[in-house]
Each structure stands twice: as C-alpha cells, then as structure tokens.
Design a protein around this ligand. Structure first.
Ligand code: FDA
Length: 394
C-alpha cells in the first residue's frame, strides 16, 4: 500500500492533540490526528462532572507541579485563559464561574469537544479514530508510522497521548514508550488529584458519614488547601483531598483543620464561661453538618459538659480539631485519578515549541509531559497552551 503522507501527524485526539491540530491546520499544514479510541476527547466529555472546567482565569505557573517548574511559563504566557475563553465565546458556548476563576460549561462538556472538532474541520485537520500505532521510525526526513490503518508518513510528529489515569477511558503509557524509543528520559509517574483510601478501622468509623462534605484546611509536605472534604464509602475525597493528593507520598500523614474559619481554643474557653453545660458535640454542630459533628465527637470520645474540662483538656481538644492527623492507607490510584504526575522530562524539550531539543520535529504536549496542574481548570489550560505552542511550530 502507498504510504499516506502528511505534514503533521498527532497521536492522541484529546484536549492537547485537537488544539494542536487546529492550530497547525490554520497555518496551512496537512494535519492528521490519530487515536486508538472509538471517540475523540473522552476525558473532555467526563470532565468537570460533565460540564468541563475548561480553564481557570487565575491560572499562573504557580498552579503547576513539575521537576522543572519554569518550563510551563512561556507557553502559558503566550496562550492565556482569556484566549481560550474568547474561543469559547466565539462559539457561543454559555459558561459560568463556579469557584473563583473556575469556568465551566453551563450545559455540557460536549460543547467544548464539538468546538474543538469544528475548529479542526475549519482548519482542514483530519481526525482518524480506531487507529493504533504498531511501530514508529524516524530519520532526517521525518517519521514513518505502521498503523492499523496502513503506513503513514509525516515531517512532524506530535505526541499527545495523555497520561495513565483512567485506563478504561483509553489511557496508556504509549507516549512514555515513544519518548524512551527516542532516547528521552521519563520521570517516575504517579496518580494525582485522586481520592485517598483509609485503613479499615478509620474507614469503618467514618463510614456512616459517607456523602457528607465540609470545608477544611488540609496540610501535607508544606502545601495546604482550604476547600471542601468529602467522606466517601472508600475514604476521603472532595477538592481539598484531591488537591493535596498531588503532594502526598505513601506513608505521609495529612493534617486537617476541621474548623478553619474559627478560633477553636478561644471559642471553647468562651463557651465554657458563657454556657458551661454545652458540649463539644454541640459546639461542633454549630460549624459542621450534624452527622459529621457527632461522628467526629464520638471518634475522639469527648463527653460531658465543658464545665468538666480543664484548660489542658480544652487545649488538647482544640489541637485535635485544628490538626486532626490522618495517615491514609493509599490512594485509589490511576483507576480514578484525574491526572498523572511526572512523565516526559521537560529539560529535554523546548519551552517555546514543545519539541525535543535535539530533534525539532518531534513534539510532546499535554499530560504526557511532566507538567501537572492543580484542580480547577489548570490541566486543560496546560493542554490548550502546549497544544497551541506546538501547533504554531509543527
Ligand atoms: P487526553 O487524555 O485528554 O488525551 C489523550 C488521547 O490519547 C486520548 O484520546 C487517548 O485515547 C489517546 N491515546 C492514548 N494512548 C494511545 C495510543 N496508544 N494510541 C493512540 N491514541 C492513544 N482537567 C481540567 O482542567 N478540568 C476538569 O474539569 C477536569 N476534569 C477531569 C475529570 C476526570 C474524571 C479526569 C480523568 C480528568 C479531568 N481533568 C480535568 C484532567 C484533563 O482531562 C487532562 O489533564 C487532559 O485531558 C489532558 O489532555 P491530553 O490531551 O494531554 O490527554
């Protein structure tokens, strides 16, 4: 069969790959995006609870984790959240700001995917699904790919295969394999933005609270997040836990301030004076969902009215509440993680074009590289920004 020739081939029809395809297509490049899945952009569809938190207006490089923290700055500066918002608005997609800066579709994530596919169509970029790559070879003239839909050749090859999170959605380590094939180093990967699992005893104690959420301030490894925590039947989730999971390592403890908006010790002293018959459970119930307050109280065995508490008892109770220490058993891993930390070492890539420094026609973009955002639209912003940076060069 005669090889089908393109200027640019992109492996991965996800957020970064589609953005790169449209950008390169508008430059007049003949672009093909291939994906082994039966649908493009599956993670876009499932993101943000079906409403896609497509960017964050407050996104800065400080919202990203990387072994090479300066790498992401250039691309993020050149393609900002406002650029993506302008695109969304040009397509008439209604959106809303949920938490500070976090922009979601009002209706459905489908609108973002349809927008990207429309952009690809307008730019003349072809998207071919159910196509798996068997081998890739590269020389000075470009790349040859043996695929399930025949032999493909191109001048520029863009790897946008994403990370390992949610294998049931088509995630594979293929991008890392390609990086290694071309002599690049891949930093160890681990699941990020992922719920914690608990040891059986604590899990059992918290089980009745499954579904209850409350605002906390969680601290681990000198990072902290003040956002809601959700107890699930498997462990701890909710934005605060997902955020801190990216900084947590096996064996670490989490320090949780259960009442971050209060001055617990002073409140308890004041309460003992003004209403000595009050209990800690009653105090907790003023600030936390009732079920949660009672369970937390029972967990720590606080009983009787505050008038029976010595100053040292109050200090101890306050410390327990503002530094509740929990050692998670682990995380739910890639099965439910929103992102993969680590990946292709960015020290080998150009921060301007996303291309390999000594192979300027091979690009790595999106989640496959060692750039991982906080929760809240930052990961898509990286996918868009790195997609545009590569699409302007490939
Ligand atoms: P992505 O994973 O999007 O795309 C990779 C593509 O490569 C896929 O289409 C895959 O099928 C294909 N592929 C993989 N292996 C291949 C192979 N061997 N051959 C061919 N194709 C292959 N972020 C955010 O900012 N806001 C949000 O609301 C959310 N919500 C969210 C929810 C959930 C449940 C998850 C799992 C993730 C999020 N995220 C998020 C994270 C976000 O989805 C993620 O950062 C981006 O999708 C990464 O974009 P990429 O294009 O790099 O990879």
């Amino acid at each position: 069969m005669i090889p089908q020739n393109y200027d640019v081939i992109i492996i991965g029809a996800g957020a970064a790959g589609l953005m790169c395809a449209a950008t390169a297509g508008y430059r007049g490049r003949r672009v093909l995006v291939i994906d082994h899945a039966n649908k493009p952009g599956k993670k876009i569809l499932m993101s943000g609870g079906g409403r896609c938190n497509f960017t964050n207006l407050n996104s800065t490089p400080a919202n990203f984790l990387s072994d090479n923290p300066h790498y992401c700055i250039s691309a993020l500066k050149r393609y900002t959240p406002q650029h993506f918002l302008d695109l969304v608005e040009r397509h008439g997609i209604e959106h809303e700001e949920k938490a500070a800066g976090q922009l979601f579709c009002k209706d459905s994530s489908k609108e973002i995917l349809n927008m990207l596919l429309t952009e690809c169509e307008w730019a003349g970029a072809e998207v071919r699904l159910k196509t798996s790559v068997k081998t890739i070879s590269g020389d000075d003239h470009g790349y040859q790919l043996q695929t399930s839909s025949g032999t493909l050749t191109c001048e520029s090859l863009v790897i946008a295969c994403g990370g390992l999170s949610i294998p049931t959605m088509g995630a594979t380590g293929f991008g890392y394999d390609i990086a290694r094939q071309f002599g690049l180093s891949v930093l160890p990967t681990r699941a990020g933005l992922v719920p914690f699992t608990l040891h059986p005893e604590l899990k059992e104690q918290l089980a009745p609270l499954s579904g209850v959420s409350c605002p906390v301030d969680v601290n681990c490894n000198n990072e902290h997040f003040r956002e809601p925590m959700l107890v699930t039947h498997r462990g701890l989730s909710g934005p605060s836990m997902l955020q801190i999971s990216s900084f947590w390592r096996p064996g670490d403890s989490l320090n949780i301030n259960m009442l971050p908006a209060t001055t617990i010790e002073k409140d308890l002293h004041d309460l003992r004076k003004s209403r000595p018959q009050s209990t800690i459970a009653q105090y907790l119930a003023q600030h936390l969902p009732k079920r949660f307050a009672q369970a937390l109280n029972d967990l720590h065995g606080w009983a009787g009215p505050l008038q029976g508490y010595k100053n040292s008892d109050i200090e101890q109770a306050a410390r327990t509440l503002d530094q509740w220490t929990i050692k998670p058993a682990g995380t739910e891993g890639y099965r439910t993680a929103e992102v993969t930390l680590g990946g292709v070492d960015t020290r080998q890539l150009s921060s301007k074009t996303m291309a390999v420094l000594d192979r300027p026609d091979l690009y790595f973009i999106g989640e496959v590289v060692d750039v991982t955002g906080h929760l809240g639209g930052h990961n898509f912003q990286w996918a868009w920004a790195s997609g545009v940076a590569s699409g302007n060069d490939a």
